[in-house]
Design a protein around this ligand. Sequence first.
Ligand SMILES: O=C(O)CCC(=O)C(=O)O
Length: 246
Amino acid sequence: MNAIDTAQLSADYEREGVVLVRQFLNADEVAAVRAELDRYIRDDLASMPLNARTLEADEKTVRNLWRLEEHNGWFRQLGEREDIRALVAPLVHGEPLLVGVETFNKPARIGSGVPYHQDNAYFCQSPPDMLTVWVAIDAVTQANGPVFFVKGSHLEGMLPTKLSGVRGNSIGMAEPSAVPLEEQFCGLLAPGDATIHHCQTIHHSAPNTTEHSRLGLLFVYRGSHTQTDPALKAAYTVAATATPPA
Ligand SMILES: O=C(O)CCC(=O)C(=O)O
């Protein structure tokens, strides 16, 4: 990982709820991630539980891999790397626990969009000391479905939700953000770059209609002091029951 001014990163994260880290992984690490994802999908995925993945509408292309930290020791080890834990510890205000390693594959031409949401509608943690490190494995451009974030929105708490009907993203926001798209922060990334976003930061992404895949690898951490909020969990259970991920 590049040398990072952690005090500056923390200050930016607390204020904006999303930060950019260039070259979070180097080119060799990106290549190793890609190779292991390809191998896992080819050799292991069929023997995993159904909730290990969500497919695109063609019912065969992977939209998301879930729970890689459970199903794949290589990805668990990567997520538990000491330099990454040290980077996120101040941001989750405590000891970071790796609770998810996932992908949002956004395959070329058929990659589906992600509705406006706040991750804590899924994570259901209180206090909301939880975040996602979103690492670009492919280049993320304006055209292939980048993630847009509403800076500062993490400070407004959890906003009303609605069922989205989207497989893999079952709970969305009742209303999209009033902040125009041009004023939102667009995560344009080279392979290996990452964004880190707070679990209350509003974000979304469009479908990928280009010829270029937009694969992202996500690490999710919470502070060891957070607990499940029963009201958030109840709302999430309704959504996930209405639109199961698999
Ligand atoms: O990768 C995307 O398009 C969406 C990612 C997302 O929703 C998330 O990181 O929580």
